[in-house]
Ligand binder design. Sequence first.
Ligand SMILES: [Zn+2]
Length: 471
Amino acid sequence: MRTTSTWQSSARPAWAGLLAAGLLLAGQAWAAVTMQFVFVAPSATIEAAFPGATHFEGLATGYKGVEITAANRATFRAQAPANMLRTYDVLQSGQALRRRVDQVTQINGGKTDEIYLLVDDRTGLTNNGIFSTSSIGGKTAVWPAASVAPATGDRYRGVIRLGELASGQIQGRPGGWLAWEGTILHETFHTQFVGEKTKWGSISIVYGGDGDHYVSELMAEQELPLEEGLGTFFGQMHNTPAGWEDLNRFWSRNDVRYLIESRSFLAGTAEMWNAPHTEERRSLSELPPEQRTGSYVWRRYRWWDVPGWYLLFSESTSTGFHMYFWRQVNDNQDEALAMINTALGGLWQERRKRYLTNEINRLALEMERFAGTAEGRAAQSAGRLTSSMFPFALLDILTHYGMTEQQYRQDYDRNYPDRQPRAYAEYWNHRQAVRSLVEPMLRGSPIRMRDAVVAAAQYFQRPNTILAATP
Ligand SMILES: [Zn+2]
């Protein structure tokens, strides 16, 4: 399945400077984030319904936009198609989605001001303009995408593109409307990780020949898959219970669920490309016109057949890691989510920090800090405090213990962490015991991933595994 969205590379849009007014402050106690909503529709619609207003141009041929304000909100409500109207409503203060958005936009300390473009694309686009597009019902439709670029001072500008047709299509997924809200969260999250998004400077190198990324595709690096998987984590977390069910369905599959395109970086890595696989010929029409020569194949792999380290190149590993962490840690999803958001504070600014092993370092430090607090001790007395060794074990489980200790340490150490949690020294003394406990659950078909994660989490709630930072 194609993932819910695309990260779109874009320079600061020329029209961003026009968007000055209309401040809406989110969460007074938090860093203030400006949120603006722009209704985009065929030019004739905008000109007729919003005469005299400042119109945004340069979006796509034949389309214009207008910022939705208190003064023209009634007109917007009369003009907007159903999905864009509802999208606008659920992004307003007091709504459940808006509370999630407000949390997500604090990941980088509230440094990104957001513009949501709500596009009436029912008649289709004639060119892409600033949008990513997809063909829906024979129309060129706006596909959900986000971009983030430096603005003034130390602030950033996020632009999130949402369209009527894609909203309708995505509501066909499990969870219905909540699947669409999850997509909005996914895109909003993309505006938090700033600067370089990839080590290659090109998403088409990361994603391979067809330029699309898929949930279980093994891509050309770890960094952007980590980010994509995180976006999907926020979406799945919100899309309850469909997201959780979808996650467990994926991780229980013992079929050839991973894929690599022959026009992709890892096709040049024999250890990965030649691992046991099936192969299918694909149509050259899936590739850009200038690349339609020779042969084009996809190889598919079972989880067990992907060498462990390469699983870090799939966004599904990032999503699984965060979903299972969130569900299990401290038996408290609010505490677990707060830990994730804190850990991401060490990753948002610098692409070179966007490795799961580096995030594990930040999570373990945070878990040990928490364990040393009064709250942490209370959680321990209640038997629900989770050891800072758990995230190390969780990654081992999701990579079927396919990394040697040396490989695991190498990936972790090359992130040059500035501090070490106690867990990093201690985990290796527990590794084999937990592996013996969970491996029988992973060996069957279906794979009992959820049971394995729960068993490991319970192991790491035992008092003798708890490591607290010394205050
Ligand atoms: Zn994305």
